[in-house]
Design a protein around this ligand. Structure first.
Ligand code: PFF
Length: 448
């Protein structure tokens, strides 16, 4: 089952890429408005509990599958014989297609971020520019959104084409520390605002009456999205891991860092948003509307605006690199004769074609509404709240029934790392009973 493939050049390389891929728009753009939509603190608590009790066991399972097979998801699935063979093939295909669709949709939002980076740069030359024009110009122009998405995809393509160590590890390795410094600096600035107290109460005080029947499935979908679980991404990253690396500890560090960054992003975004407006907390345009408004109403605000959106762009680039890498590595593992470069070009091209649909969501396709939502929001809900939890549910069965016991046990009960039989038992129990039950409950509550 094992094949020779590139490994991360250092242990740290794995963390940089896994965390770089996990921390993206999900933490900084999506988390705050989903929290706003679901009433604040109680949802944050639900999210944190689910991240550690549902997301983490699945994340460990995906990494293990990759490390054990030394292959990406589709090719690992093709190695498994037996009655589940056909189902596995389909499941892995759905996962990879999900990564492709998310990449396309992600490219559009990343394009928005690029637009704000450029607008803040221009604001140095034209200081009289109004911040509300930033968003209005973008929303009314589908071609501009498609163009920006294509620029983003070209940048992502260039990095992925260079391969694991040359491209991905080096790029994300350089970007991650900068990202963390910027984030902490902006959070400190945000927490010094008069609105910080209200924001903290909103974010950290749990009022369970604010949760609704779709909160559970929304929280689950977001946990999977933000931890990059269900796309086969962690299988790919696990396949490049060093033999001596302890998977459960690695998974724990990734999940903890990712959840910590989401909370950090909440602490950064809410004081600023509350400072300028009370009503925008539930809107997907939350950070694109309220934050520029806040930045531009402050002295040297354009410097902070530029820093913030640059930081967000770095995060979205890291995550997009992860998404493209997953699709490319799966195709290259299945059809090696095609070559990495050709595959990366084809996949980026397809992602661009798909991205044109959400690009026109707020302009030419504005009239296309389902359940009161536009194209882009419906794509988000279908992919993240419906398909992703379903794939994660199937994933828990695969890890439980298809992945052999030996490698699983070895990782948990290895005395040279950390010998915990009870933790191993708990992990297996959660994948077999707890996780399927909670995902099914989420669906039932949603459709009741
Ligand atoms: N976890 C990323 C985010 O929170 O923005 C999204 C993502 C990146 C999902 C990479 C899947 C993936 F492979």
């Amino acid at each position: 089952m094992r094949s020779k493939r590139g490994l991360w050049s250092t242990k740290f390389g794995f963390y940089l890429v896994a965390i770089g891929s996990a921390c993206g728009l999900g933490n900084i753009w999506r988390f705050p408005y989903i929290v706003g939509e679901n009433g604040g603190g109680a949802f944050v608590l639900l999210y944190a509990v689910l991240a550690l009790s549902v997301g983490l066991p699945l994340l460990i399972g995906e990494l293990l599958l990759g490390k054990y097979t030394r292959r990406s998801l589709m090719s690992a699935a093709s190695q498994i014989k037996g009655p589940s063979f056909k189902a596995l093939q389909w499941l892995s295909l759905v996962s990879i297609l999900l990564a492709l669709f998310i990449l396309s949709y992600y490219a559009v939002i990343s394009g928005w971020v690029l637009h704000f980076v450029m607008q803040f740069v221009v604001s140095f030359i034209k200081p009289q520019m109004e911040q509300k024009d930033f968003l209005a110009t973008l929303m009314s122009n589908g071609l501009l959104q498609a163009g920006l998405a294509s620029v983003h995809l070209v940048l992502v393509f260039i990095v992925v084409m260079k391969g694991v160590q040359e491209g991905i590890e080096k790029w994300i390795g350089n970007m991650m520390p900068l990202f963390m410094i910027l984030l902490v600096y902006l959070m400190a600035k945000s927490l010094s605002l008069p609105s910080a107290e209200n924001a903290m109460r909103f974010l950290l005080y749990p009022d369970f009456s604010k949760l609704n029947s779709s909160s559970l499935i929304s929280a689950l979908g977001h946990v999977f999205f933000t931890l990059s679980v269900g796309f086969g991404a962690m299988v790919t990253f696990g396949s490049y891991m060093h033999e001596g690396e302890h998977v459960p500890s690695a998974g724990f560090r990734v999940a903890l860092t990712d959840s910590f960054i989401s909370i950090l992003a909440g602490l950064l975004v809410f004081p600023m948003a509350l400072q300028v407006s009370q009503s925008r907390l539930t809107d997907p345009t939350l950070i694109f509307e309220a934050l520029p408004m806040f930045f531009m109403s402050n002295k040297a605000g354009n410097v902070f605006g530029l820093v913030f959106f640059l930081c967000l762009y770095i995060a979205s680039l890291g995550a997009s690199i992860g998404l493209l890498e997953v699709v490319v590595s799966n195709v290259v593992d299945r059809i090696p004769s095609l070559g990495r470069k050709k595959v990366a070009i084809i996949i980026s091209g397809i992602a661009f074609l798909i991205s044109t649909i959400p690009s026109f969501s707020s302009s030419n396709l504005r009239q296309v509404q389902v359940a009161g939502r536009g194209v882009l929001e419906n794509i988000d809900i279908i992919l993240i709240t419906w398909v992703l939890p379903f794939v994660a549910l199937c994933g828990s069965f695969v890890i439980t029934y298809v992945l052999p016991d030996k490698p699983k046990q070895l990782e948990f009960c290895n005395p040279s790392h950390f010998n915990s039989t009870s933790l191993y038992g708990f992990w297996k129990w959660s994948l077999k009973y707890y996780i399927p039950a909670i995902i099914i409950l989420g669906f039932i509550l949603r459709f009741l």
